[in-house]
Design a protein around this ligand. Structure first.
Ligand SMILES: Nc1ncnc2c1ncn2[C@@H]1O[C@H](COP(=O)(O)OP(=O)(O)OP(=O)(O)O)[C@@H](O)[C@H]1O
Length: 785
């Protein structure tokens, strides 16, 4: 920096100038929006005064309708203008506090002069609307800021590559229109600002990282080429942050074409949704749709079955090791998640083209109209080259024809007359109106007794057959549960469809038997839910969603090969961003690697697939990252961001009561140090509830987080291990870090738990230590008792 004081004062002058301009615009916009608001209120208040209501004849009614429509359009146009003004106001108010966070000076090859570019959360032009005072961080030129140190640099624009030299890169922290700090940076985004941001205490809400996006993260954010973008990133490497910034980028890049509701973020649980909900609004964008895969499954199956959720399955896998059938179920969970099972199911579905479809009898009030085997015959008499869903549609049409014949015959039946007599006045009138609408008769002809009778008979019969008609239209005559069950009822059946080289688990017979028993009780275990739904959709025709253009799957390591295959079919037009960390795979199905990203990548053309690896971890202090990276096998690849802090503490107590007491004292000490977000992480929900009970009396405002909690709370919480995924706390206290985390399948869960800590990490035991805390890890921590 040439002369730091002078630089500072020049930059401050610029800030002040921009703030004045923003003030002017805010005042003008406020006035305008107030006017529009007034007009809206007026229109609403006087809506009916300005509409001439007259329904005397058709012409008058048409005029009334036209004038109502005009008023409504005027109102919605005003509402739109108001919403746009409101959005602009919000952005301006944000810019007012901190107009920009970065500056780059760029000299384009072959062009005279130097472009001085200031970056902020939105663009703003000068008074004359000629030059940019601030560039949006998502503008093409802004990527220079994230991608290059001073020196040769280039960026992509829709018109092609621009090359040149970056002469200066400067960072700012500006609050309430005052520059708090300012520094020129040599490398990528300077450590100073990151130190400051990361050193802060955690919030109940995730924050935007717009000012400090790292180069690798920028590649994720701005990626446009790939159909599938896979991000493998260490714990705390900013996967979720990058995903949210990516949504904001896409909304900017494709503004006018892409709407926020065409982007879906699949997150691990409802609480996580609340945790990330403010990032986009903070950037002046609308939130994308957010959901969980479980939500979708439950929505589709809950009418017919009791469906298990992923966390119930997890609880079982963590807490039921002593129950009979545990080993078999765990093996079943692993196998049913695998790509091998997708292949088996595909082969089975293919075989149904020529044999094996099951149909229900079509009956109504005790009368069988058609037997399942007759329907089956009709199905298989159709050309097997026609896809199953289309064949079913043809069968449905045929059935509707049969139904029509049956309805005609029914018109003469005795029950019809009785039913007509029992019609109440309202139904009678309804029948009259419906038929009049269809112009079956005039007012006078309704007096005709025979006509009336025949019309009412038709009505009565149609009503009686209505549910059956609806069932046929919805293909309810296909015995989907039976078809799924058939694959399992005889364990030998599956062997016919397993691809060569794909062995069935050795205990397949027991797995199949247990699955059938559950199905017969109307219960669908979580591991069966996606395969069953896959079968349903493949047979009936996938209910695809073609409006969604982007899906982002956070914690993607927890999805099964089956779920990936399902999602691809469900959103055929969507690009996919899958973000995960194989070291944090916590579901039992992941232990054979089948839930990993290879299953996902196999679904897409390698040409359209890109993979980005993030190894730098930002969340935790260096001592915590160094400690936690010793808990997993390939941990030495994880690079800590250089932020200092205390060594993790291993606290050993003589018994559980002493352990709880130590935890209570630690919470008090952490609070005295000014930490607000503190988590006691237990292994299971059951243990969390018990620990909460015991601690609640001694820790003020202690909260228990459960799988259905929808808000991520700040403060002191007790939380089960798997729910802490994706979120972070100032300090983490791991309850019972003993052999309770002992099985190899629990290693990643243990790693996930410990990596939730930003500033301080404490592990407690009243017996021995978990085998995952190796001597190397112990050497990187402090032991106390
Ligand atoms: N470029 C960055 N600038 C500032 N903070 C960052 C940056 N990248 C990540 N962080 C911070 O690091 C923390 C972890 O980020 P995030 O939760 O996105 O990581 P993750 O990879 O999704 O983690 P995990 O897999 O462990 O859930 C957050 O507090 C986030 O704000």
């Amino acid at each position: 920096m040439a002369n730091p004081d002078q630089t500072w004062s020049e930059e401050q002058q610029r800030v002040t100038g921009i703030v004045q301009e923003i003030d002017r615009r805010i005042a003008k916009l406020e006035e305008q929006t107030l006017d529009v608001k007034g007009e809206m209120v007026d229109i609403r208040k006087n809506f009916w005064d300005d509409v001439t209501v007259n329904f005397e004849d058709a012409a008058e009614a048409a005029e009334t309708y036209a004038s109502m429509k005009q008023q409504a359009e005027l109102l919605s146009e005003r509402e739109r203008t108001h919403a746009v003004g409101d959005k602009q106001l919000k952005t301006l108010r944000k810019l007012k506090s901190s107009p920009f966070f970065g500056r780059i000076d760029f000299s384009e090859n072959g062009e005279p002069g130097l472009d001085r570019i200031y970056l902020g959360i939105a663009s703003m032009r000068d008074k004359k609307d000629e030059d940019y005072l601030i560039y949006d961080w998502r503008a093409p030129v802004s990527s220079l800021y994230y991608d290059y140190p001073p020196g040769p640099a280039e960026y992509e624009t829709p018109m092609g590559q621009i090359e040149g030299e970056l002469k200066l890169k400067r960072q700012f922290v500006i609050r309430e229109g005052e520059i708090i700090s300012l520094f020129d940076t040599g490398v990528t985004i300077g450590d100073e600002l990151l130190q400051e941001v990361l050193g802060k205490q955690s919030d109940a809400q995730m924050k935007s990282i717009v000012a400090t996006i790292q180069r690798e993260q920028n590649r994720i954010i701005r990626n446009e080429r790939s159909r599938l973008l896979v991000v493998q990133g260490a714990a705390g490497s900013g996967k979720t942050s990058a995903a949210l910034q990516r949504v904001a980028y896409l909304l900017y890049r494709y503004r006018g074409v892409l709407r926020a509701d065409q982007i879906v973020l699949f997150s691990p649980n409802p609480m996580f949704n609340s945790y990330v909900a403010t990032v986009l609004p903070e950037l002046g964008e609308e939130n994308m749709q957010q959901t969980t895969f479980q939500n979708y499954i439950a929505y589709r199956l809950r009418k017919s079955f009791q469906v298990e959720g992923p966390y119930e399955q997890l609880e079982y896998s963590l807490a039921s090791a002593d129950e009979p059938g545990y080993g078999v179920r765990m093996e079943g969970i692993r196998y049913k998640a695998s790509a091998a099972f997708v292949r088996l199911m595909d082969a089975y579905l293919e075989s149904l083209r020529t044999d094996g479809m099951l149909f229900r009898n079509l009956s109504m009030q005790g009368e069988q109209l058609l037997s399942g085997s007759a329907i089956r015959e009709a199905f298989y008499s159709l050309d097997s080259a026609i896809a199953t869903p289309n064949r079913l549609k043809l069968v449905a049409e045929w059935l509707l024809g049969k139904l029509k014949e049956r309805e005609t015959a029914a018109l003469e039946e005795e029950w019809v007359e009785q039913a007509i007599e029992l019609l109440d006045k309202e139904t009678y009138l309804k029948a009259y109106r419906t038929l009049r609408k269809k112009k079956r008769f005039s007012d006078s002809s309704f007096d005709d007794f025979d006509m009336e009778k025949s019309v009412l008979a038709e009505y009565v019969v149609r009503e009686r057959f209505k549910p059956l008609r609806a069932r046929i239209k919805k293909l309810g005559f296909v015995d989907l549960r039976g078809i799924f069950r058939q694959l399992l009822a005889d364990p030998e059946t599956a062997k016919l469809y397993a691809a060569s080289g794909d062995a069935l688990p050795s205990c397949w017979g027991e797995i199949a038997h247990a699955t059938v028993a559950r199905l017969d009780e109307g219960f669908v275990a979580y591991e069966d839910a996606t395969p069953f739904l896959y079968l349903v959709e493949r047979i009936r025709g996938f209910q695809t969603n073609t409006t969604v253009r982007h899906i982002l799957m956070d914690e993607a390591q927890d999805y099964t090969a089956f779920q990936f295959a399902f999602m691809k079919r469900l959103f055929p037009r969507a690009k996919v961003t899958a973000l995960g960390d194989l070291n944090q795979s916590i579901h039992a199905h992941s232990s054979d690697g089948s839930g990993g990203f290879s299953a996902l990548a196999a679904l897409y053309d390698p040409e359209e697939t890109e993979r980005i690896v993030l190894t730098r971890s930002y969340r935790s202090t260096r001592p915590i990252v160094q400690f936690t990276s010793k808990l997993v096998e390939d941990g030495d690849q994880i690079e800590p961001f250089n932020r200092d802090g205390k060594l993790p503490v291993l606290h050993k107590s003589t018994d559980e009561a002493a352990m709880r007491q130590a935890i209570v004292s630690r919470i008090a000490a952490l609070q005295a140090d000014g930490y607000h977000s503190i988590a006691v992480i237990c292994k299971t929900a059951g243990e969390s509830a018990a620990v909460f009970e015991q601690l609640a009396a001694q820790v003020a405002d202690l909260a228990l987080l459960e799988k259905d909690s929808s808000e991520f709370e700040r403060g002191v919480v007790v939380i089960p291990s798997y729910l802490a995924k994706g979120v972070e706390f100032d300090a983490v206290l791991v309850y019972d870090a003993s052999n309770a985390y002992g099985r190899e399948s629990e290693r990643r869960l243990f790693y996930t738990v410990c990596t939730r800590a930003m500033h301080e990490l404490y592990l407690y035991t009243a017996s021995g230590w978990s085998p995952f805390i190796t001597d190397e890890a112990k050497a990187l921590s402090v032991t106390e008792s």
